[in-house]
Design a protein around this ligand. Structure first.
Ligand SMILES: C[S@@+](CC[C@H](N)C(=O)[O-])C[C@H]1O[C@@H](n2cnc3c(N)ncnc32)[C@H](O)[C@@H]1O
Length: 147
C-alpha cells in the first residue's frame, strides 16, 4: 500500500482491478523469488531416486512424460527437474517426449524463466556432469538448451 500510495485499504480492490499493469507490478514486488538450481538437495535427491524412476517404469517407450511445477519463480527449479529427467533417459538409453510445465503468479519471473538465460558462474556451480556440457553461453551468461 505504501509503494502504491494507497492510503485507504478499501480502495485496494478498486485501484488494482482497474489497472492490470499496476497490479502486475505489485505482485512482482510482493513475490519472494528466491530460487536456484537444485535448491533443496534432499528433496531433489528424493525426486531423483524415488519419484523419477517410477515415471519411467512399466510404461511403453513412446509414452510421454509430463511434469507440472507451480511457483517456479525464474525457472531454475523447473530446469533442474528437466535435467534429472534427461539424465534418467540417458541412463535408460531412451528418448521420450518430455514436457515440463511451470507456472508462477509473477509475470516478470516467468519472463526470465522463458528466456532460460542464467549467469555462467551459477550454471557451473550447480550443474555438473553431462548436463553442464549442454549449456551454451556468451558474455558470462549461459542459455538452457531448447529441447
Ligand atoms: C520462494 S520462490 C520458490 C521458487 C521455487 N519453487 C524453489 O523452491 O526454488 C516462491 C515463488 O512462488 C510464487 N508464488 C507465490 N504464491 C503464488 C501463487 N498463489 N500462485 C503462483 N505462484 C505463486 C512467487 O511468485 C515466487 O516466485
Amino acid at each position: 500500500m505504501a509503494v502504491q500510495q494507497i492510503k485507504n485499504d478499501r480502495r485496494i480492490r478498486q485501484v488494482f482491478a482497474g489497472d492490470p499493469r499496476r497490479s502486475r507490478g505489485a505482485v512482482s514486488r510482493f513475490a519472494h523469488r528466491v530460487t536456484n538450481f537444485f535448491r533443496d538437495p534432499i528433496a531433489f535427491k528424493a525426486l531423483e531416486d524415488q519419484v523419477i524412476p517410477k515415471l519411467f517404469s512399466g510404461k511403453p517407450d513412446d509414452d510421454a512424460i509430463r511434469v507440472c511445477r507451480r511457483e517456479c519463480s525464474t525457472g531454475e527449479e523447473a530446469y533442474s527437474i528437466a535435467i534429472l529427467l534427461q539424465e534418467r533417459m540417458d541412463a535408460l538409453k531412451q528418448s521420450r517426449k518430455v514436457q515440463v510445465f511451470a507456472t508462477d503468479i509473477d509475470g516478470q519471473a516467468i519472463t526470465v524463466a522463458r528466456a532460460g538465460l542464467y549467469p555462467a558462474s551459477i550454471i557451473r556451480r550447480h550443474i555438473t556432469g553431462a548436463a553442464g556440457a549442454l549449456f551454451r553461453g556468451r558474455a558470462g551468461r549461459q542459455r538452457i538448451p531448447r529441447q
